[in-house]
Design a protein around this ligand. Structure first.
Ligand code: 5GP
Ligand code: ZN
Length: 132
C-alpha cells in the first residue's frame, strides 16, 4: 500500500499566500495606490475608496491580522496604539469636537468584506440611525 508522505504547506506558508492576495497588504506595500493620512512602522491610515461619510478613513495594522477573531495577546499594545492614532487623526481632520464613530466589522454577519483588520473612522455628519 502506497503511503502518501507529502505534507501540505506549513501554516506560515499559508499565511504568506493569504498576505500576498490581501488587498490591504497590497496597499501597505504600495502595490495598490491609496490616499494616505497617517503612517508609521506599525499602522497605516488612508481614505476609504467609497466614503460613507464626509470623513471616512480606514486605520489598519501593518501586521496581517484577518479580523478581531484572530487577535492575539501580543497584539494588545498595537490595538491600543490604533485608538491613539484614531484620536490624532480625528483632531487633524477637525472632528474631535463635533464627534465621530469608530466601526470594526468582524466576520460574515457584520458584513466584513476585506479580511485584514481595519477600523472605520467616520465623521463630518450627524449620524442618524444607531444600532447601539
Ligand atoms: P468592511 O466592509 O470590510 O468593513 O470594509 C471594507 C472597506 O474597504 C469598505 O468601506 C470599502 O469601501 C473599502 N475598500 C475596498 N477596496 C478598497 C480600495 O481598494 N481602496 C480603499 N481605499 N478602500 C477600499
Ligand atoms: Zn493583509
Amino acid at each position: 500500500m502506497a503511503i502518501n508522505c507529502q505534507k501540505g504547506p506549513s501554516p506560515m506558508a499559508i499565511k504568506e499566500i493569504i498576505m500576498e492576495d490581501c488587498l490591504f497588504c497590497k496597499i501597505i506595500k504600495g502595490e495598490i495606490p491609496s490616499s494616505k493620512v497617517y503612517e508609521d512602522d506599525e499602522i497605516l491610515a488612508f481614505k476609504d475608496i467609497a466614503p460613507a461619510a464626509p470623513v471616512h478613513i480606514l486605520v489598519i495594522p501593518k501586521k496581517h491580522i484577518k479580523s478581531l477573531v484572530e487577535l492575539e495577546k501580543e497584539d494588545e499594545a498595537l490595538i491600543g496604539k490604533i485608538y491613539t492614532v484614531i484620536n490624532k487623526i480625528a483632531k487633524e481632520q477637525g472632528v474631535s469636537e463635533s464627534g465621530y464613530r469608530v466601526i470594526v466589522n468582524c466576520g460574515k454577519d457584520a458584513g466584513q468584506e476585506v479580511m485584514h483588520l481595519h477600523f472605520h473612522l467616520l465623521a463630518g455628519t450627524q449620524f442618524g440611525e444607531k444600532i447601539v
